[in-house]
Design a protein around this ligand. Structure first.
Ligand code: DP6
Length: 313
């Protein structure tokens, strides 16, 4: 039996929009921080010489949606065939964070699956494990954002290059304001396709590239406020693409707006505040210096209609 685990990650420069071709080739660079507390565990076991691969939920973890498990197993089967490995396998997986929390689990799931699969293939075929960068590239073909879970705490992904990025910031904690969207969900895979119909999509790649250059500079200089400003601009850029797609769609819950207002006011009042970002969902991620975690947690917990989850990088 082979086992692996991988963390999730949260992007400040967003992967949004893909080239056609089905390999999750992003149209723009992205930058993320790993979330070490939000992890997926994967176990792989050979169960026979032939027959289909199958999935089972790891004990004591939340169930996944059936559509996610099909995509998951199909990806494993594709890797297995590509690598010339025979046999039928059982893949067991589970997240250590609740799946109803609205936190993306495809990044940690596909990264952990790719790692465990290569462990299995290397040992079965007696060959060395590929490099982390090679595995990250392969994992990208399962789910784009998963390639950034291979490097931390900060990771940049641009074309075929995926790797750690230097940071001069103090250690950060992600406080996630989790709320119940309760709306019809548009998956991030659908969002990648639908944003291309927005009139704002023209120029999007240039804007993301410019922010990417600026944020990597600000990060290495340890310029917290600049990182926060770029992240704020990027949050609105991506969500504006959603709001202006044809037809438009949106993820915000009423509490999403209240908590963004809280953040804006906090900065205005104190001249400091968190780095905010939002993925394809209603929850708002606030990256704060580890030393100020309790202060921000108390503030957020005093707001109605949300609960707070926490992860270090
Ligand atoms: C909004 O990696 O979930 O979270 O490649 O289709 O699996 P697929 O998409 P996915 O897209 C993530 C989109 C995002 C932004 C980001 O993480 O960069």
């Amino acid at each position: 039996m082979w086992k692996a685990s991988a963390p999730s990650n949260i992007a400040l420069i967003k992967y949004m929009g893909k080239e056609s071709g089905g390999e999750n080739v992003a149209v723009n660079p992205s930058l993320s921080m790993t979330l070490d507390a939000f992890r997926t565990q994967v176990e792989i076991e050979k169960i026979g010489e032939e027959g289909p691969d199958r999935w089972r939920q790891l004990a004591n973890t939340d169930p996944l949606r059936a559509s996610s498990t099909t995509r998951f197993v199909n990806f494993f089967t594709k890797l297995k065939i590509e690598q010339g490995i025979s046999g039928a396998f059982e893949i067991r997986s589970g997240n250590n964070f609740p799946s109803d929390a609205g936190l993306a689990s495809s990044a940690s799931s596909f990264a952990a699956l790719t790692l465990a699969a290569y462990e299995a293939f290397s040992s079965l075929a007696s060959r060395p494990l590929p490099s982390k960068a090679e595995m990250a590239l392969k994992s990208r073909t399962g789910s784009g954002s998963s390639c950034r879970s291979f490097f931390g705490p900060w990771c940049a992904w641009e074309g075929k290059s995926i790797g750690a990025v230097e940071s001069g910031l103090p250690p950060l904690v992600d406080l996630v304001a989790v709320m119940d969207g309760g709306f019809k969900k548009v998956s991030s895979s659908d969002a990648h396709r639908r944003v291309q119909s927005s009139p704002l999509f023209e120029g999007r790649v240039d804007r993301a590239q410019k922010r990417m250059r600026e944020i990597t500079g600000a990060l290495s200089e340890g310029h917290f406020q600049k990182v926060a400003e770029i992240s704020w601009a990027e949050l609105w850029d991506m969500h504006s693409l959603f709001h202006t797609a044809e037809p438009p769609f949106f993820y915000f819950a009423p509490e999403t707006i209240s908590v963004l207002r809280w953040c804006e006011n906090f900065w205005e009042k104190n001249g400091r505040g968190p780095i905010a970002t939002i993925d394809a969902g209603p929850n708002v991620h606030f990256l704060v210096p580890e030393s100020a975690t309790e202060e921000y947690r108390r503030e957020l917990e005093s707001l109605p209609g949300l609960r707070v989850m926490e992860s270090r990088a």
